[in-house]
Design a protein around this ligand. Structure first.
Ligand code: GDP
Length: 567
């Protein structure tokens, strides 16, 4: 960065400075972080934590010097295993309801008091919300409570939740729920968990497994004890004396109050009257309300609060910063707004893609390749995983962070986005939600039909040997609505083009329930009775495939082409 650029950045923030002027730490930090540079604060042992603390930059580094703070917990697990019931049970029994008329407010997180200490629970259970926030760079959760129903055992979303928590490096505590059920088999579940690397303490491992019944309210105290114990071991700290930094967990537009943001204050103390910057929104804290509907004048570390006073509604995952003055907040908000617009105009850089990887490797910028693997059957999944895990390259770490049978889902894409991973889809395709999310978050999904090709692409990538010469481009999708048997021609599918276009020369993939059942060329493409070269979204057409008659109603035809990658 040149001196002139820095001065320009400062002017945009409303500070007129000369080249050799000394700046206060806050302005300096914001100016450089606005330019996309991460700041690590050097510690200054000679300053008094109280006074000087307010001037220290809000950085993760000096949290070690702060005071212990309450843990923030997310509840995850398979659907119907009792996540919501467990959260309700915890809240009902332990929320110190403001004696008279303590109405619980939904502000995205709740505070529970136990043994004289606080624990914060995020209200939206499940790993989707957790990973969506993480994909935006927000790290909120200190401990993941994995709910597993003792009568049902480990299920696909249990595995997903484990992988999501691991990718985020969040420690896992297991709540073995529904222990009241006569068909509960706790030992079977513990065996399944140990196969996933979560061996219970009474089985010789170090995973805390607490039997509970959300229905009968048993084991809840033990669970809370264990959360506090894990929090203590994690030595969570934050400095209440500096300016606040928090993360938006929910937002709404209130008729009377205007934009309202539920914020989890992570460090520092947020006070009524503080000038704040939050994503592209700015303002001053006009009022704060906690999860019991009580007004607060100040909110310290690990406190969820509803903040009123922003000029527009921010987004979940936005960082809230308390600043020295409102003018600075306004300038910076405008600045960010401009940059966000630029990014939306298509200048945003992809999170990770195999093509970028070659470049980054050559330039020595990337040292780690993370993969999410999806396949049609367990067998291929295992074959792929084992082959990838065997690839060793001293310079580049390769890590398979999640595997699953079935099509690529939005949740897979969010995990990949949050972990800077590439998705390898073997014989399966992304569904519409996943495709949209991948586009938004710039996640690279690579579809393969031959294991060898997947392996050779990834091998080439980590060895930095050569960039793939061809890249697949999806052109569009059509839905099969009706089938016609045409003598001498075979099966013709009456289709509706849902997005993009289908070209006569494109290759076609037949997708049934997310699984690729056939891939090949088009034999005929007709609109009404005429042969056409291509057909766009919103039109109907008849498609016949070369050497494939087994199309079924409801199949999705994905049209794609191979495009040469410029070197
Ligand atoms: P979620 O999808 O994980 O949030 O699961 P829910 O909390 O909605 O619970 C799913 C079902 O399991 C509901 O019918 C609950 O009443 C039931 N359930 C939850 N916890 C328990 C429990 O500890 N024991 C029994 N017997 N049923 C439970």
């Amino acid at each position: 960065m040149s001196g002139a650029e820095l001065i320009k950045a400062l002017i945009r923030m409303g500070i007129v400075a000369s080249l050799n002027q000394v700046l206060d730490a806050e302005s300096a930090r914001i100016a450089v972080s606005e330019m996309g540079i991460v700041v690590h604060a050097a510690t200054r042992p000679d300053t008094e934590p109280g006074e000087a603390g307010a001037e220290r930059p809000a950085d993760e580094d000096d949290e070690e010097q702060g005071l212990p703070r309450p843990p923030v917990v997310t509840v995850m697990g398979h659907v119907d295993h009792g996540k919501t019931s467990l959260l309700d049970a915890i809240r009902e029994t332990k929320v110190t309801a403001g004696e008279a008329g303590g109405i619980t407010q939904h502000i995205g997180a709740s505070t529970v008091e136990w043994q004289g200490k606080r624990i914060v629970f995020l209200d939206t259970p499940g790993h989707e919300a957790f990973t969506a926030l993480r994909a935006r760079g927000a790290r909120l959760t200190d401990i993941a409570v994995l709910v597993v129903a003792a009568d049902d055992g480990v299920m696909p979303q249990t595995v997903e939740a484990i992988n999501h928590a691991r990718a985020a490096e969040v420690p896992i505590l297991v709540a073995l729920n529904k222990i009241d059920k006569p068909n509960a088999l706790p030992d079977r579940v513990k065996k399944q968990l140990s196969e996933l690397g979560l061996t219970a303490e009474d089985w010789g491992g170090d995973t805390v497994v607490v039997p509970v019944s959300a229905k009968e309210r048993t084991g809840i105290n033990d669970l809370l004890d264990m959360i506090l114990l894990m929090a203590e071991m994690a030595e969570l700290r934050a400095d209440p004396s500096r300016r606040a930094k928090g993360i938006v967990i929910e937002t709404r537009l209130d008729r009377g109050l205007g934009p309202v943001a539920s914020v989890l204050v992570q460090t520092g103390t947020l006070r009524v009257g503080d000038p704040i910057l939050c994503g592209t929104a700015f303002g001053r804290v006009r009022a704060m309300v906690d999860d019991r509907g009580e007004r607060l004048d100040e909110a310290g570390p690990s406190t969820p609060v509803e903040v009123v006073g922003l000029d527009e509604v921010p987004e979940a995952g936005d960082v809230l910063l308390a600043l020295a003055d409102e003018k600075m907040a306004r300038e910076m908000a405008a600045n960010r707004d401009e940059r966000r617009r630029q990014a939306e105009l298509g200048e945003a850089r992809p999170t990770a893609s195999l093509d970028d990887l070659f470049k980054d490797l050559r330039e020595g910028e990337r040292k780690q390749l993370n993969l999410v693997l999806k396949a049609d059957v367990q067998g291929s999944l295992e074959a792929l995983r084992q082959s990838f895990e065997k690839l060793e390259e001293p310079e580049v770490g390769l890590s398979v962070i999640h595997t699953g049978v079935g099509g690529v889902t939005e949740s897979d894409v969010m995990l990949a986005a949050a972990s800077d991973a590439i998705i390898i889809a073997f014989n399966v395709t992304p569904d519409a939600g996943a495709r949209q999310a991948a586009e938004q978050r710039h996640v690279d999904i690579r579809t393969y039909r031959v294991i060898y090709e997947a392996i050779s692409d990834v091998t080439a990538a980590i060895k930095g040997l050569r960039a793939p010469t061809y890249r697949e481009v999806v052109l569009g999708h059509a839905e099969v609505r009706q089938l016609f048997k045409v003598p001498k021609v075979g099966t013709v599918a009456g289709c509706y083009v849902t997005d993009g276009k289908i070209a006569r020369r494109s290759k076609i993939r037949v997708v049934r329930d997310g699984v690729i059942v056939h891939e090949g060329a088009i034999a005929s493409l007709k609109h009404v009775k005429d042969d056409v070269r291509d057909i766009s979204a919103g039109f109907e057409c008849g498609i016949g495939l070369e050497n494939y008659q087994d199309i079924k109603e409801g199949d999705i035809l994905e049209a794609f082409a191979m495009e040469e990658v410029p070197r």
